[in-house]
Design a protein around this ligand. Structure first.
Ligand SMILES: *Cc1c(COP(=O)(O)O)cnc(C)c1O
Length: 399
C-alpha cells in the first residue's frame, strides 16, 4: 500500500497517541530499513534500543521459525523449558538469582515496585512502602510507572495516580537524604537516563546511594530497560559502576523486537513472592523466551558489548568534533552506543532533516539528539551519520 493511503487509514482507525514521521517500513536488514516506496534508511534508533542485533538477524529469525513450528504459548499454569533456560542465562550473567518474565518495560517496572513493596511489607509491615525515583526519569506509561516518571506532560489528566512515590534530584545526594524516610522501601534509578536526556548516573552518587540502601534495608532498583544488554559496552550498565542493585528490570532489546520484560532480583528479595502474588498470561511464553535466548547468546558469542564500546568511542569522538566546531553544540553524552549530542537549540528540525537524507535519528528532552543504533553498526555507517549531520549543521550555520 502506498504511504499516503496508510496514513489516511491510520488517521481514521488508530487512536492518535503518537506524532509519527510520515513513513512506513516494509523491510529491514542489518542497520538498513526500506520503506513502502523502496527508499533506504540508515537506522540509528533501532526501534528505540530494541533491535540491538539489527533487523532480520539470522539468529532471531531462526529462533522464531523453529519455535513457531513447535509451540507458541501454554500459559504459566505449566513449566516452560525455554523460560527456565532464559532465566538461567540471565542469572549466570548478572548479579541476580531469580527472574520473573512479563511483556514490556512498564510491566517490568510495575513488577519491581510490587516486589519491593512486598519485600518490605513482609519484613517490616505495611508502613514501609515508599519508592523514590529521580528527576528526569522515565519508567513507563502505566498508572504505577507514571507515578515514577518525572514528566508532568505524561502525567497530566491521569490523576489520581497511585500514592507512595516521591522524586529526588538526579545525582544529588543531599537532596536524596532529605527525601528518604523510615518508610522508604525502594529507590529506582536508570544508570543512564534515556528519555531524560542520555544522562549517566554519577559514580560517587551511586556509591553513596548503595551505602544508604544497605544501611536502611532499602532496595536499589536499576531500570536497565533502555541501557542494558550490551549497549553501554558492558552486558549490564551497572557493571560500569561496579555497584549491584537488588532488583533490575529489562525489556526492549531482550528479545530483539518480540515483546518481553524481565525482573531480576537477588534470592533474598525474590523470596518475598509466593505462588499467586504476581502473574501474567503471556509473560515468558515459549516463543519470546526462545528469541530472548538467541539474542543473549548472540550478544555474548559475538562480544557485542565490546563492539558497542569500541564503535561507541569512535562515534563519540566524531560527535565531539561538532562540539569543537559549533558554539551551539554543547556536549556529547552517554557511553557505548547510547549517545546524545546536547544542543542549545531544538533538535526536532535536525531529526526531520536527517530523515530526509536517509538517516533515522531521534531527539529527546527537547535539545538532545539521541543515537541508539544496533550494536552491529559499522564504522562506515557511523561515518554516514556523521557526514549527514555535518551537512545539516553546515547549512544551519549558513542561515
Ligand atoms: C522504554 C522504557 C520503559 C518502558 O518500556 P515499555 O516497554 O515502553 O513499557 C521503561 N524504562 C525505561 C528506561 C525505558 O527506556
Amino acid at each position: 500500500m502506498e504511504i499516503q493511503k496508510i496514513i489516511n487509514n491510520g488517521n481514521q482507525y488508530l487512536m492518535s497517541t503518537y506524532g509519527r514521521t510520515p513513513i512506513a517500513f516494509l523491510d529491514g536488514k542489518g542497520s538498513t530499513l526500506t520503506d513502502t516506496e523502496g527508499n533506504e534508511y540508515l537506522d540509528m534508533v533501532a526501534g528505540l534500543a530494541v533491535n540491538s542485533l539489527g533487523h532480520s538477524h539470522p539468529a532471531v529469525v531462526e529462533a522464531i521459525k523453529n519455535q513457531a513450528e513447535k509451540l507458541l504459548h501454554t500459559s504459566n499454569l505449566y513449566w516452560i523449558e525455554g523460560q527456565v533456560a532464559l532465566a538461567q542465562k540471565l542469572v549466570q550473567n548478572s548479579f541476580g538469582d531469580k527472574v520473573f518474565f512479563c511483556n514490556s518495560g512498564a510491566e517490568a517496572n510495575e513488577a519491581a515496585i510490587k516486589l519491593a513493596r512486598k519485600y518490605a511489607y513482609k519484613k517490616y509491615g505495611s508502613h514501609k512502602n515508599e519508592i523514590i525515583a529521580m528527576t528526569g526519569s522515565f519508567h513507563g506509561r502505566t498508572l504505577g510507572t507514571l507515578s515514577i516518571t518525572n514528566n508532568p506532560k505524561y502525567q497530566e489528566g491521569y490523576g489520581p495516580l497511585p500514592e507512595g512515590f516521591k522524586f529526588s534530584e538526579f545525582n544529588n545526594l543531599e537532596a536524596l537524604k532529605g527525601v528518604i524516610t523510615e518508610n522508604t522501601c525502594g529507590i529506582i534509578i536508570e544508570p543512564i537516563q534515556g528519555e531524560g536526556g542520555v544522562t549517566p548516573v554519577e559514580a560517587t552518587f551511586l556509591k553513596a546511594v548503595k551505602e544508604i540502601c544497605v544501611k536502611n534495608d532499602i532496595l536499589l532498583i536499576f531500570d536497565e530497560i533502555q541501557c542494558g544488554l550490551g549497549r553501554t559496552g558492558k552486558l549490564f550498565a551497572y557493571e560500569n559502576y561496579e555497584i549491584e542493585p537488588d532488583i533490575m528490570t529489562l525489556a526492549k532489546a531482550l528479545a530483539g523486537g518480540v515483546p518481553i520484560g524481565a525482573v531480576i532480583a537477588t534470592d533474598e528479595v525474590a523470596k518475598a513472592w509466593c505462588p499467586g502474588d504476581h502473574g501474567t498470561t503471556f509473560g515468558g511464553n515459549p516463543l519470546v523466551c526462545a528469541v530472548g535466548l538467541a539474542v543473549i547468546d548472540t550478544i555474548l558469542q559475538e562480544k557485542l558489548s565490546d563492539q558497542a564500546k569500541q564503535i561507541g568511542m569512535y562515534f563519540a569522538e566524531k560527535l565531539q568534533g561538532f562540539v569543537n566546531q559549533y558554539s551551539w553544540v554543547k556536549k556529547v553524552k552517554g557511553m557505548g552506543l547510547i549517545l546524545g549530542l546536547e544542543l542549545e537549540i531544538e533538535g526536532t528540525p535536525i531529526v526531520a532533516e536527517a530523515f530526509k537524507q536517509g538517516v533515522l535519528i531521534n531527539c529527546t528532552a527537547g535539545k538532545i539528539l539521541r543515537f541508539l543504533p544496533p550494536l552491529i553498526i559499522t564504522e562506515k555507517e557511523v561515518d554516514q551519520t556523521i557526514n549527514t549531520l555535518a551537512k545539516i549543521f553546515k547549512e544551519m550555520e549558513g542561515v
